[in-house]
Design a protein around this ligand. Structure first.
Ligand code: BGC
Length: 509
């Protein structure tokens, strides 16, 4: 009997030891997996880091590339496109104008009433999603949809106009893609960006396509200004504040434009403008420099994109891509460990995690990060994630957003450097002058796009980085101003200042 009890006791002890050993083994393995994930995050953070020294290299590279793009056609990845906008609105414009803004996932139709003296008396906007299938079909289908939407809008909003208020049927058209302009109201599409792929449109005159669709719909309207969204934003910025010299868009895509001296546009010898200057659409989304902190996730995203080797800066900064970079990091971590539970196939789906969802996780301020848990569950099929893993997800969002905002800030300071507003004296013949010889002047940069206007952390990182790069002596002279709906309103203002004819009423035939 005694032997039996002893035997049982020994067996139990051996069993417990074995269980304990398995548990300890599991815990060690799981801790090792956790540390491998932490290491992966550290490596990512290091590769994506943007210390001020690196940002200053990006600033210099941007200024040098701008110079090269102005020197010769194809001289740089920065296209530095002419816009034929030589005079920006000054606030004296008056009358009622319509505008169309096509650019991202939504398009907008606007009607604004300008009252002179820098005032906007009325402002109607309608936002409509562009049906996904139209983004890759024919130009005729695409423009028919736009023309029909405009016609319905004009019919709804135009009825109660006093004839004296209407300045005619001039329309401002904001088309937020790279266009080679041939005048202020014509230009051909160079290429699509942001997931659009209507092949028969490339190299076609954008205004001609819209104008034909308008007449198919019996709409008597005349496109008086064709503008990039960055140019529209600059126009509205200047309307309110004449110190506005540049504009930046950070939304689905990203871009910037600024006012350049005509004689600095070397590739266009003999360019004469009444003001002596012209707005240049930089198409900075395509900027590239070896100083950009590129990670393996960026390379994969680029290789799998519709436009590999193109829009490199945009792919690190804009709303179309940030969520997808975060998804890629989570996907890699989930493949290498079980910290997110069993692997979810959703993690392999491109663009399943949109940037607004990523921003919502980043800005989740609940103590248990319940929003993060909800989004992981509803969007990525990742269930029951402990708090420590939710915090890790927030950290990934932070690394991606911080890099994007700081690179955009470096881009902005690059423009200021090119035009001598960064306090260093700018650049001459591609060489950077080191001395602080520039006279300090109040300088306003108009900013539009959801990342800056609606994503607080992004905006704070960007503002902070601009001040950090410029230093405390110069920073107070540089003001970033939000221009909500600026792209569309600015196009209507440019239609006002460029309108060649003056007709009294809007006619819908
Ligand atoms: C386009 C630009 C546009 C920017 C912001 C980019 O993808 O190439 O023309 O201004 O997006 O919408």
């Amino acid at each position: 009997m005694g032997k039996l009890v002893l035997g049982l006791a020994v067996a139990c002890a051996v069993g417990s030891c074995a269980i304990a050993a398995v548990m300890v083994g599991r815990r060690v393995r799981s801790r090792r997996r956790w540390w491998s994930v932490v290491r992966a995050l550290d490596e990512f953070e290091e590769a994506a880091s943007t210390p001020v020294g690196r940002l200053r290299q990006v600033v210099d590279a941007m200024a040098v590339e701008m110079h090269a793009g102005l020197a010769s056609e194809g001289g740089s990845k920065l296209k530095m496109l002419l816009t034929f906008v030589d005079n920006l609105p000054d606030g004296s414009e008056s009358g009622i104008y319509y505008a169309l803004h096509v650019g991202g996932t939504n398009f907008r139709i606007l009607r604004i009433q300008l009252g002179g003296q820098r005032s906007i008396l009325g402002h109607d906007v309608e936002r409509k999603p562009i049906p996904q299938h139209l983004m890759t079909r024919t130009s005729e289908e695409f423009f028919d949809f736009i023309a029909l939407s405009l016609k319905e809008f004009v019919e709804r909003k135009g009825n109660n106009l006093q004839p004296s208020q209407v300045r005619g049927n001039d329309l401002g058209f904001t088309f937020s893609f790279p266009v080679k302009q041939t005048s202020v109201s014509s230009g051909t599409l160079i290429k699509w960006t942001k997931g659009f792929a209507i092949d028969d449109m490339v190299e076609k005159d954008v205004v001609e396509c819209l104008q034909k669709a308008l007449s198919r719909r019996g709409l008597d309207m005349n496109v008086a200004a064709l503008v990039n969204d960055s140019v529209g934003t600059l126009a509205v910025g200047h309307f309110y504040d004449k110190d506005t010299v540049a504009a930046v868009v950070i939304g689905t895509g990203t871009n910037a434009c600024y006012l350049e001296r005509a004689d600095a546009i070397i590739k266009c010898q003999g360019l004469l403008t009444t003001s002596g200057g012209m707005v240049i659409n930089m198409e900075w989304g395509n900027f590239w420099s070896s100083h950009l902190p590129r990670t393996s996730y960026d390379m994969d995203l680029d290789a799998e994109s519709q436009n590999p080797n193109d829009q490199g800066f945009e792919k690190m900064i804009s709303g179309m891509y940030l969520g997808d970079i975060v998804r890629r990091v989570i996907c890699k971590m989930s493949l290498a460990s079980d910290i997110f539970g069993p692997f979810s196939s959703k993690l392999s789906t491109r663009f399943v995690l949109s940037t607004p969802l990523m921003a919502a996780m980043h800005e989740d301020d609940s103590p248990d990060l319940s929003e993060v848990a909800k989004i992981l569950e509803e969007t990525l099929d990742i269930y029951v994630v402990p708090l420590k893993i939710r915090k890790l997800v927030v950290k990934i969002c932070d690394v991606v957003t911080r890099r994007a905002a700081r690179l955009a800030a470096a881009g902005i300071v690059g423009i200021l450097k090119k035009i001598g507003r960064d306090g260093t004296g700018g650049i001459t013949s591609g060489r950077i002058k080191g001395v602080r010889s520039g006279k300090l002047r109040r300088t306003v940069v108009a900013v539009e796009g959801g990342l800056y206007t609606s994503y607080t952390i992004f905006r704070e990182y960007l503002n902070e980085a601009v001040a950090e790069i410029l230093g405390e002596e110069i920073a107070p002279y540089v003001i970033l101003k939000v221009m909500e709906d600026g792209a569309g309103i600015g196009a209507a203002m440019l239609a006002a200042s460029n309108s060649a004819r003056s007709v009294d009423t809007v006619q819908v035939l």
